[in-house]
Design a protein around this ligand. Structure first.
Ligand code: UGA
Ligand code: MN
Length: 372
């Protein structure tokens, strides 16, 4: 009997569907399924139950096949194929764009490359290394330097290294009051290097280099800023332009009263205008280096040798004259001065012993200064 005659209303659709089912009944796959099921029926000896199961399985298989072929038509039918794939493509592109945006916002590197145009936005860190030691002018010197750093249009990280056995309240307070990012370290000069011929501030600078190797992030620029010099805050923004080694004039340096790189008309450093002849005749305040160069160098040198510190350091980085980049408007302006401390007396408590100071501000003033 034809299956279609047994089915009620909605005649045309149902009869087509029924016809297809009848055709599929004869398909080799279904025949195979049937034979498999009847073999297991016989083996189990549970005739009736399995027969019901058999019919049910056949119906489900037919339904599945029918749905499958309809779905295939929808997905891959000639008319819908183009529009569907267009939609899928649009979704994939939108998803990719969304991922890119998320990556840009969430995983943006904190800084640009030193010397790249973005540096003007202040993304490069300038690690400023300042050796310091106890003396009467330490407070005004550090205050002056801290305030120049605070004005800098650059991202400053201030490494203050005390040439001392223990950290002082004065240094801690100056760094805290500045609000700058920074670190307060100790780098005591060993007794055998205390003589003038060993140079000053070597042990603190070595300590800073050690700290940088372990903690610094790049892109960054390193600048050695002694505590007693005078800095125009613009020098720090200027330094962020350094690609390899930036050089610039330093005012009030002994000998000629100024120390400066000599720059040719086409903007190349050809030598130095400095009273002391050295391979790199620059003052410590007259150069800044890309930190990557320092970190990738095997062993940057800072020897205990007066007059050799700067040149030995640059030589150890494998720098050549052609690598020097003239800053400060092609070395035509002074943005840092090598000012020096005057010899002055430390205050002592003995000066306030007089009875006329009792019940006045003077003992408190002395106490505050001595505590620093
Ligand atoms: C000149 C250079 O500008 C310095 O960079 C160089 O370190 C120094 O000569 C040298 O090699 O002797 P100058 O003004 O003579 O500088 O030296 P100072 O300013 O007295 O000292 C340089 C830095 O080291 C300062 O920041 C100072 O506070 C620090 N320092 C000095 C110490 O940490 N410990 C000391 O015992 C003396
Ligand atoms: Mn000095």
């Amino acid at each position: 009997m034809d299956t279609a005659t047994l089915l009620p209303t909605n005649h045309s659709y149902v009869s087509v569907w029924a016809k297809r089912c009848a055709e599929e009944e004869k398909s080799p796959a279904i025949q195979y399924e049937r034979s498999f099921l009847s073999v297991s029926e016989e083996k189990n000896g549970k005739g009736k139950m399995k027969k019901t199961n058999n019919r049910f399985v056949n119906a489900v298989t037919r339904l599945e096949r029918s749905i499958g072929s309809e779905l295939r038509k929808v997905l891959f039918g000639p008319r819908l194929r183009f529009r569907l794939w267009l939609k899928i493509g649009t979704c994939v592109v939108a998803l990719l764009l969304l991922l890119l945006l998320a990556q840009h916002v969430l995983f943006q590197p904190p800084f640009c490359l030193a010397g790249s145009p973005d540096c003007a936005l202040g993304h490069v860190v300038v690690y400023v290394v300042t050796p310091t030691y106890k003396r009467p002018t330490q407070a005004p010197d550090l205050t002056r330097l801290s305030q120049a750093l605070m004005l800098a249009e650059a991202k400053i990280f201030w490494i203050i290294v005390e040439d001392a056995y223990a950290p002082s309240k004065l240094v801690r307070d100056v760094l805290r009051r500045s609000g700058l990012d920074g670190v307060h370290l100790l780098g005591k000069t060993p007794v055998q290097h205390k003589q003038p011929s060993a140079g000053k501030g070597v042990a603190p600078r070595r300590r800073a280099l050690e700290w940088l190797r372990a903690n610094a992030t790049t892109p960054a620029v390193l600048y050695f800023a002694d505590d007693d010099n005078s800095y125009d805050h613009r020098v720090f923004a200027e330094i962020t332009r350094v690609r390899k080694v930036g050089v610039f004039p330093v005012g009030l340096v002994g000998g000629f009263g100024i120390s400066s790189p000599v720059v040719s008309r086409d903007g190349h450093v050809t030598g130095f205008h400095d009273a002391y002849d050295r391979r790199f005749a620059v003052d410590m305040a007259g150069f800044a280096v890309n930190l990557q160069l320092v970190l990738s160098s095997k062993e940057p040198q800072m020897p205990y040798k007066l007059g050799r510190l700067e040149t030995a350091f640059l030589e150890s980085l494998g720098v050549a004259l052609k690598d020097l980049e003239p800053l400060a408007n092609n070395c035509t302006e002074v943005l840092v001065w090598h000012t020096k401390d005057q010899r002055v007396k430390f205050i002592t408590k003995s000066s306030i012993a007089h009875k006329k100071y009792v019940n006045t501000n003077i003992p408190v003033l002395y106490q505050n200064i001595l505590e620093e």
